[in-house]
Design a protein around this ligand. Structure first.
Ligand SMILES: C[S@@+](CC[C@H](N)C(=O)[O-])C[C@H]1O[C@@H](n2cnc3c(N)ncnc32)[C@H](O)[C@@H]1O
Length: 470
């Protein structure tokens, strides 16, 4: 038994997190930083301190959680909730209806709903719905309450929403106060719904992109906890790739309009089956239904063939070193100055068509501008030039998984498998990037790729079983 085994056991027992495989690297770092901050190197003394000091344990756990999230993630379920399910419920039930984001991370999920409900119901939304977010990680909850976001958080949010609900704030964007105050954030442990209870019973619980961190037995226990928080006719929504792994017999799995959700067994159908009710309030990345000319402008302004760099960008191209330009493009990207970043990168790629850094950055810019085909072209080129470029493989798979491109399951699996293979042989590989660092650290990328591969293989197995029966 290694020195780390008791730490793994403690975290698993208290939080459910399964720290095997790649997540071990995260644990090693967290223990090292714990040793540095407490001055205790002896495992027994360190464990004793950790067990008896809740604040220390919270800081430790903050280093172990994966907080990846963004606005309007998996928008189909959110659109269905806001345009179909919740209006139906309001027709038969007295408001307010209560919605809980379990494992809300930095708040993008409940705030996305706040924006969408505000779009649909106007100011009245605040009296019709309560919004609560809960998370184990105290540090991430502080970020959620602050509601200041940059770069990646906006990658799936339409520019119109961003403009309407955020104001520039110290180089990033702050959510408008009235929406910020609408959402309540609470410390919450999925393993124990009674301790630090987030309130309830809730009419809707979102439990999305959280269950992948738990083993089956823990997921089962979590369902029982969530069942205590769910109103008798409430529903539980999991992430798209998680639904099968969460069909554990505690709740009944139901499909309505292509959306899967769980409810207590033997509930009457809660929603109509008329597809025309679903309105895309939160646009999917390839959805032009908002008709907003801004996104069309973006599309044309970033077309590689037509996008002539500005005079200023040309001058910079001549005077700055390649490294400085890449750093500038990276900074522009993080400040959401997508047009400027795209122009600079287009100029740079004319001089350096095989620069991995420029190709990956250009792919990320295109993705955040909701130009998935262009993003695909850049990432694909990066993998041709540098087959070891795991960030490009990862983002190619993400384009499929998140529905930004029509899904090609075998392509998606191959790309995630490439990430796992590359990062298994060289765990800290920069993936061919020389100047910038990947927005997703290699440890997180491998961890997520492994989980998504597992989920994809589960789906594949279940499809072939079903086909076999048929
Ligand atoms: C990947 S984020 C998902 C955020 C959001 N639901 C989404 O779909 O984008 C997973 C979150 O689950 C939280 N989490 C992990 N274990 C938890 C537990 N036992 N109780 C509550 N939250 C937990 C993590 O801290 C992290 O913020």
């Amino acid at each position: 038994m290694s020195d780390f085994a008791p730490f793994k056991a403690l975290v698993h027992q208290r939080c459910g997190l399964h720290l095997e495989g790649l997540a071990e690297a995260r644990l090693f770092r967290a223990v090292a930083s714990l040793q540095a901050s407490t001055g205790l190197t002896d495992t027994t003394a360190l464990l004793k301190q950790l067990t008896s000091d809740p604040a220390l344990f919270d800081r430790f756990v903050s280093q172990l959680t994966v907080n990846e999230t963004y606005f309007c993630r998996e928008p189909e379920a959110l659109n269905w909730l806001v345009s179909t399910y919740l209006p139906e419920r309001l027709a038969t039930q007295k408001p307010p209806l209560s919605i809980f984001s379990a494992g809300c991370s930095s708040g993008e999920e409940p705030y996305s709903l706040a924006m969408m409900l505000f779009e649909r119901f106007g100011e009245q939304a605040k009296t019709l719905f309560t919004l609560t977010g809960g998370d184990l990680d105290h540090q991430i909850l502080a970020k959620a309450r602050h509601a200041v976001y940059g770069g990646m958080a906006f990658r799936a949010l339409s520019p119109a929403f961003k403009e309407r609900y955020f104001s520039p704030y110290q180089g990033r964007y702050k959510l408008h106060e009235s929406l910020r105050q609408w959402v309540t954030f609470r410390p919450f442990n999925l393993l124990n719904a009674n301790e630090n209870s987030p309130g309830g019973p809730f009419d809707v619980i979102l439990f999305r992109n959280v269950s992948i961190y738990f083993d089956k037995q823990t997921r089962h226990h979590i369902h029982q906890q969530l069942s205590q928080l769910l109103a008798p006719n409430g529903i539980l929504l999991c992430g798209v790739t998680e639904t099968l792994g969460n069909d554990l017999g505690v709740f009944e799995l139901v499909e309505a309009q292509g959306i899967f959700y769980f409810r207590r067994a033997e509930q009457p159908a809660a929603v109509p089956t008329d597809h025309s009710h679903v309105v895309a309030l939160c646009a999917t990345p390839d959805d032009n239904s908002e008709g907003d000319s801004a996104s069309k402008e973006l599309a044309s302004s970033t077309d590689l063939a037509t996008n002539a760099p500005s005079e200023q960008a040309m001058q910079n191209t001549q005077t700055d070193s390649i490294i400085q330009q890449l750093q500038t493009a990276h900074r522009l990207l993080n400040q959401n100055a997508f047009d400027d970043a795209a122009k600079l990168l287009a100029a740079l790629l004319k001089q350096q068509p095989w620069s991995i850094d420029a190709l990956v950055l250009a792919g990320l810019v295109a993705r955040w501008q909701q130009l998935p085909q262009l993003a695909y072209d850049y990432f694909k080129r990066a993998t041709y030039v540098a087959p070891e470029c795991w960030p490009a493989h990862f983002y190619l798979a993400e384009l499929y998984r998140q529905g930004e491109l029509s899904d090609e399951p075998s392509q998606r699996r191959q790309r995630y498998a490439a990430v796992v293979r590359l990062l298994t042989s060289t765990p800290t590989s920069a993936g061919g990037l020389e100047t910038i660092t990947s927005p997703l650290p290699p440890g997180d990328a491998r961890f997520l790729a492994e989980r998504y591969l597992e989920a994809a293989n589960l789906t594949l197995a279940s499809t072939s079983t079903t086909q076999g029966v048929d």
